[in-house]
Design a protein around this ligand. Structure first.
Ligand code: 6PG
Length: 222
């Protein structure tokens, strides 16, 4: 896994955006279309804003969600608003159907709408070593489906891509910034299997950090 350390969070966002833009351009060049699944939380908005202004054939790009909190439309907890940062037609913004009455069948429907392989999956890293909506100890990581529901975590049940879908992607980028990520980054790279992020294959994955999140990198990765 390639590890890139930027001096600050804004530069880390720009490094990740530049890498994603290149993967999307290559995908469209090779296959005529591109697909990306994006995570939520607080970190990604800066990266998505930079990415949206970059040279990408957006008319051929479809944007999916990695995960979404089960909450009403418009709820500030929802990640769906982040999809609005991408300059794609509304039909190419594929929000997870978390307001459906029957969530398991909604998850199956969303799974059926996915590409066989994403060109890019963007992941964040939680301070407890989760990624996507794979809470520590939650059996969602064992699901053989591409999309599943985890138990309640930090106030919400969530719909999420599973490791099966994330690891089938051609490329993955993990963007983590801030001092609260230094410990989970260290534990991840040292192989702590209690961390859900450990389920992410390291081949074809890049990890982009700022100095604060890289503060405890094990020495060989520096
Ligand atoms: C979510 C995200 C989640 C996120 C991490 C990091 O819905 O919460 O998809 O996996 O990437 O929790 O979140 P921050 O960027 O807010 O630290």
């Amino acid at each position: 896994m390639q590890v890139s350390v930027a001096p600050d969070s804004a530069t880390a966002a720009a490094v990740a955006a530049t890498w994603v833009a290149r993967q999307l351009r290559n995908a469209v060049q090779r296959r005529g279309v591109a697909s990306i699944a994006v995570s939520g939380g607080r970190t990604p908005a800066a990266m998505f804003a930079v990415l949206a202004a970059m040279e990408v054939p957006w008319a051929e790009v479809t944007v999916f969600q990695v995960d979404e909190r089960v909450a009403p439309d418009g709820d500030p907890a929802r990640n769906a608003a982040l999809l609005g940062l991408f300059p794609v037609a509304s039909g190419r913004r594929r929000a997870m159907p978390v307001t459906a009455r029957d969530l398991p069948s909604a998850a199956r429907r969303y799974a059926a709408s996915l590409p066989t392989r994403f060109d890019v999956v963007h992941l964040g890293l939680g301070d407890d070593g989760h990624t996507a909506s794979w809470p520590p100890g939650d059996p969602v990581v064992e699901s053989t489906s591409s999309v599943a529901l985890c138990g309640e975590y930090r106030g919400h049940v969530r719909m999420t891509l599973t490791p099966a879908a994330v690891n089938a992607a051609r490329h993955r980028v993990v963007l983590a910034t801030g001092a609260d990520k230094a410990d989970p980054v260290r534990r991840w790279l040292l192989g702590d299997h209690s961390l859900p992020v450990q389920r992410v294959h390291r081949t074809d994955t890049v990890l982009v950090l700022d100095q604060a999140a890289a503060a405890r990198l094990p020495s060989p990765a520096r």
